[in-house]
Design a protein around this ligand. Structure first.
Ligand code: HEC
Length: 197
């Protein structure tokens, strides 16, 4: 076997995968790029309760296996109970009218964590999924509503806007071409059955 040739081939493959990674894109298991992928890659949990700090580390570990951890961190998903939604309609009405910034649902994280868990090679046990789910529900309420409403809106609007400019095809893949309609991110149809209990 020609060792030099093998080395060149392997080197080439490594270079290609490195350049894909530097785009935040791993063709095999990430499902393509999302606006979320270009946002912050950590959360300031210093003021969170100890339990949530623990769950945060589980989340970082498990939810970065196939795509960047920025994807869930900068997601528009916001899980609120019916009662919470009724209260927020009075105090935080804007979160119900910009689905690319806040996609509100009663089971939205529950459904999504289950979807991620069911992907081949996801390596997340049910007990871990439950903790990650609890973290995402808690964290989304803190970072996307209340006194952080405007900061969240600015962050998310910026991501969506530059994604639309820089990756129009991917934008259309995720949000549809008629971007002014209420159509929101793929794979989160609100009519899907809920698994979480
Ligand atoms: C086994 C690989 C894998 C793991 C592990 C994984 N994901 Fe994903 N994730 C994907 C793929 C692929 C997509 C693209 C959409 C799809 O195929 O469902 C995606 C998309 C997403 C999106 C974008 C959804 C949208 O429509 O805007 C979010 C948010 C997300 N993942 C969160 C998570 C969270 C939270 C975890 C940890 C519980 C996680 N992912 C773990 C593969 C994975």
């Amino acid at each position: 076997m020609n060792i030099k040739k093998v080395a060149v081939v392997v080197g080439g493959a490594v270079m290609i995968s490195v350049s894909l990674l530097s785009l935040g894109y791993s063709a095999d298991k990430s499902g393509g790029i999302y606006p979320n992928d270009f946002g912050p890659t950590s959360i300031d949990v210093s003021q969170y309760p100890p339990k949530m700090k623990m769950y945060y580390h589980l989340f970082l570990n498990k939810c970065s296996a196939c795509h960047t951890i920025a994807r869930p961190i900068n997601s528009q998903f916001l899980e609120l109970t019916a009662a919470e939604q009724a209260a927020d309609k009075k105090t935080n009405p804007e979160i119900f009218s910009h689905p690319k910034v806040w996609q509100v649902g009663q089971k939205i994280w529950s459904r999504y964590v289950h979807k991620m868990m069911s992907k081949p090679g996801s390596n997340i046990r049910p007990s871990e999924g439950k903790r990650i789910f609890e973290f995402l529900v808690y964290d989304s309420k803190i970072r996307k509503t209340g006194k952080n409403t405007e900061a969240w809106e600015a962050n998310r609007e910026k991501l969506v806007k530059s994604f639309k400019q820089n990756y129009p095809k991917d934008y259309a893949r995720i949000f549809g071409v008629a971007s002014s309609t209420k159509k929101t991110a793929s794979g989160s149809a609100s009519a899907a059955p809920a698994h979480h209990s």
